[in-house]
Design a protein around this ligand. Structure first.
Ligand SMILES: NC(=O)c1ccc[n+]([C@@H]2O[C@H](COP(=O)([O-])OP(=O)(O)OC[C@H]3O[C@@H](n4cnc5c(N)ncnc54)[C@H](O)[C@@H]3O)[C@@H](O)[C@H]2O)c1
Ligand SMILES: O=P(O)(O)OC[C@H](O)CO
Length: 335
């Protein structure tokens, strides 16, 4: 406890050694604090411990020697809090292997699980009904956070005291969490922006121009808002860092894997070819069919998301998808 009575968290673990898990671990370990990171790949564990680098997922970043990697989830027992940074399709299996405990779990992945239509928090609640949960999401390219560039992010937990304490523990001079109690809003913002980043990449790759991209960002945000509000998200969260902020970041930069995947699709390459043999994720490709199906089931109109899902599945081509979007009946802007 701090002098103000707030619980303090100092010993962090990170579940997942991809780009974002490694960057968050480095953020926390930069000043020499001990951080333990679980990575699935033996070559990632070996490189972090021997060379203080993660050449597979975060090349170029020098890591602190106080960041120690392990391939055994049991080594995360007894820590104060765990940041969970596993792509959503693999999340349930990894969570099932976590050691028991009551340390808060902070979810940093951006997606929705196939078939269950579950977000990370829903998956976690089913496995750990009594564990404190939080969501960390926003416009955050991993390489920039690892390099210490200024970044702001949403930290949401149902218990505002927990959110405040975690924000305090994670904040650094260049890393600024904004507190919220709207976990579902933060999760929906991150999951839907990945899909819209693919759409904007497609527009870029197909040479459809900047007007079209601005239209997609704006109408995509309307889709995110409709879907979010239908699931209990707050409009303020969707208009904040985890929603609009991240949408703007990833819809305007080929540093985004989702945008880059879209660029390839826009140039006429297939999703299968673009995703073959890659070790990194473009989560929007996983989530697009899931969010599209969830929206259909809930009667929510998400034509851009639906088009991305069909393009990724190879069910339509870029020209036909654009034509279908442009030929929709005219409507009032607020709908
Ligand atoms: N990279 C970023 O800048 C960034 C920023 C914010 C959020 N995110 C989100 O963080 C999550 C992780 O992305 P990333 O960029 O760290 O990953 P990454 O693309 O760098 O690496 C892929 C990750 O997937 C894991 N993986 C692959 N197959 C797996 C399996 N069968 N079981 C378990 N894990 C498996 C790998 O171990 C690796 O950690 C995603 O939801 C992403 O949207 C990423
Ligand atoms: O590279 P992307 O498209 O997965 O985006 C990374 C982060 O989500 C940006 O906030």
């Amino acid at each position: 406890m701090t002098s103000e009575g707030m619980t303090s968290y100092s010993n962090f673990g990170v579940v997942g050694g991809g780009a974002w898990g490694t960057a968050l671990a480095q953020l926390l370990a930069a000043e020499g604090a001990p951080v333990r990171l679980w990575a699935r790949e033996a070559d990632v564990v070996a490189a972090i411990n021997a060379e203080h680098r993660n050449p597979i997922f975060l090349p170029g970043a020098a890591l602190s020697p106080s960041l120690v990697a392990t391939g055994d989830l049991a080594d995360l027992a007894g820590l104060d809090a765990l940041l969970v940074v596993v792509p959503v399709p693999y999340l349930r299996a990894v969570l099932a292997g976590l050691p028991a405990g009551d340390a808060p779990l902070i979810f940093c992945s951006k997606g929705m699980e196939a078939e269950s239509f579950a977000f990370p928090i829903d998956i976690a609640r089913a496995i750990f009904p009594d564990r404190p949960l939080a969501v960390l999401s926003g416009p955050t390219f991993a390489n920039e956070v690892a390099a210490g560039l200024p970044t702001a992010i949403t930290l949401a937990a149902a218990d505002v005291g927990l959110a405040d304490a975690l924000a305090q523990a994670l904040a650094r001079p260049h890393f600024r969490p904004y507190v919220s109690t709207d976990m579902i809003g933060a999760e929906i913002g991150g999951a839907v922006k990945n899909i819209l980043a693919i759409a904007c990449g497609i527009v870029d790759g197909a040479g459809l121009g900047l007007n079209a991209r601005a239209a997609l960002i704006s109408r995509g945000f309307a889709e995110m808002t409709r879907f979010g509000l239908s699931r209990g998200a707050e409009a303020e969260t969707l208009a904040g860092l985890a929603g609009l902020g991240d949408l703007v970041l990833t819809c305007t930069s080929s540093n985004s894997r989702n945008f880059a995947l879209g660029q390839g699709l826009g140039r006429g390459e297939t999703a299968a070819a673009l995703m073959a043999d890659r070790r990194t994720v473009a989560e929007g490709a996983f989530s697009a069919p899931v969010v599209a199906a969830a929206a259909r089931a809930g009667g929510i109109d998400m034509p851009i998301t639906d088009a991305v899902a069909r393009l990724v599945a190879g069910e339509t081509g870029v020209a036909d998808a654009v034509q279908a979007l442009l030929s929709r009946p005219l409507r009032r802007e607020g709908r």
